[in-house]
Write a protein that binds this ligand. Structure first.
Ligand SMILES: Cc1cc2nc3c(=O)[nH]c(=O)nc-3n(C[C@H](O)[C@H](O)[C@H](O)COP(=O)(O)OP(=O)(O)OC[C@H]3O[C@@H](n4cnc5c(N)ncnc54)[C@H](O)[C@@H]3O)c2cc1C
Length: 414
């Protein structure tokens, strides 16, 4: 190989961030990003938030930026195999790219449950621009829409459909939508937001089968209830796209297992973003985190590490979700056993919640509370232990509290 060539498999936020970081940290060899989809790399989050499919597809970078950074893009061509012996990335059309190092940023795919009838037309999942185009076309034909799975993507799709005036039912197997992500104090507020906007939420039940001739006509729930459906969105979790990595001999356990710098146990293979199972320094727990901000930062850190500047992303995990024109934001991760403090005056339209573990702030979430959430994030960064009653008090100036806690964190204890 005349010059080193790094190949990034998966051209989305983790892969693109990694490519830019490699250049920023001095990698001067050849650099290629390959993606299965026939578009220049685009952002996934708008797909479930914007009612117009044209506005939903937003490039991560303008095309000229790739040229400026000498990043070759190969799009519309999946990688078929990674050949470690010959150090080759084999493409689906039989073409090959030499690669002294490969970064796998292949993300995740929508999980399918194998429910009878799930291959009927108008049953949608939502991961790609093509998925969004099909779903929007279905919404144009009108409802009712049944959303199976009350996670973030399903609820965002429900909000978009309601905003367009469709009749929407959300079916959630757990006691409430978002219970796992937000816990029993906050999840009811988000459920109320949907109910107040006219969504019917059916919880504690799953889908037994989909009914229809070629196209879905109804969803039959456990217990026998039959919901008429012109379209269905299924959002019941994801599976990691780790087939290439595992076929190439890398350990995969619920994702591609990597160390703190993104290395797999095959020396030429690295992984980042949603597909990577890593120990996040803030949580100390191994796993995948499927948030845009984490994928962006993890990709950048692994790209820097591959370029010879070992870097670890230790920013508090962050995500947002937009529903009915409101933005839910969360920093940190909560557990069921955490103490939850809701700021007084919480409503389904606006709230702020804090999670404490052994007295220390571990997570904060707010709906339409961007400033307060940012201030609380600064408290999170101090690893401080604010008093629950101070957090619950709406008159507390969180920025001032963060400053005080940062000062006392800087003073060594006697
Ligand atoms: C509809 C939707 C809405 C979201 N909304 C939010 C949000 O509001 N907030 C938030 O924090 N997060 C959100 N997310 C999650 C966020 O977008 C992801 O965490 C992020 O995109 C992960 O980036 P990634 O680069 O790791 O993987 P992905 O974005 O999943 O990209 C993986 C890429 O790999 C490519 N690929 C896979 N296999 C191959 C192969 N064999 N060969 C070549 N290419 C391959 C795929 O085509 C894909 O482009 C949303 C995700 C979706 C789908």
């Amino acid at each position: 190989m005349s010059e080193p060539h790094h190949v990034i498999v998966g051209g989305s936020i983790a892969g693109v961030s990694a490519a830019l970081a490699m250049r920023r940290h001095g990698f001067d060899g050849a650099l290629t990003v390959v993606d299965a989809e026939p578009l220049i790399p685009y952002e996934k989050p708008p797909l479930s938030k914007v009612a117009d499919p044209e506005r939903a597809v937003r490039p991560i970078l303008p095309e000229e930026r790739y040229r400026e950074h000498r990043i070759d893009l190969v799009v519309g061509l999946p990688v078929h195999r990674l050949d470690e012996v010959r150090r080759r990335v084999v493409l689906a059309d039989g073409g090959e790219l030499p690669a002294d190092r490969v970064l796998i940023t292949t993300g995740v795919s929508a999980r399918r449950l194998g429910t009878p009838g799930e291959r009927l037309a108008n049953i949608h999942t939502l991961r790609t621009a093509a998925d969004a185009r099909h779903l929007f076309a279905a919404l144009d034909r009108g409802g009712p829409l049944v959303v199976v799975g009350g996670g973030f993507i399903g609820l965002e799709a429900a909000a978009v459909a309601r905003t367009r005036g469709l009749d929407v039912t959300v079916v959630e197997a757990a006691e409430l939508p978002l219970l796992g992500a937000l816990g029993p104090a906050v999840a009811p507020l988000m459920t109320r937001l949907h109910r107040d906007n006219g969504v019917r939420v059916v919880s504690g039940r799953t889908v037994e089968r989909y009914v229809g001739r070629d196209t879905v006509e109804a969803v039959v729930l456990t217990g026998g209830e039959r919901l008429p459906a012109a379209a269905v969105v299924v959002g019941v979790g994801v599976v990691p796209n780790d087939r290439l990595a595992s076929a190439a001999g890398a350990t995969c356990e619920g994702g591609v297992v990597v160390d703190e710098h993104g290395r797999t146990d095959r020396p030429w293979l690295w992984a980042a973003g949603d597909v990577a199972s890593h120990i996040h320094p803030r949580t100390g727990v191994r796993g995948r985190i499927e948030h845009w901000d984490v994928a962006m930062r993890h990709g950048a850190a692994v790209g820097a590490s591959m370029a010879g500047s070992p870097t670890i992303n230790d920013a508090a995990p962050y995500f947002w979700s937009d529903q009915y024109g409101k933005s839910l934001q969360m920093y940190g991760r909560c557990r069921g056993s955490d103490q939850v403090v809701l700021r007084q005056g919480a409503t389904p339209e606006r709230f702020l919640a804090f999670w404490l573990r052994a007295g220390r702030l571990t997570a904060v979430a707010g709906l339409d509370e961007a400033k307060a959430v940012r201030a609380a994030r600064a408290i999170l960064d101090t690893d401080g232990a604010p008093a629950p009653e101070t957090l619950a008090d709406p008159s507390t100036d969180l920025r001032a509290l963060a400053r005080r806690m940062a000062r006392s964190a800087a003073v060594p204890s006697r």
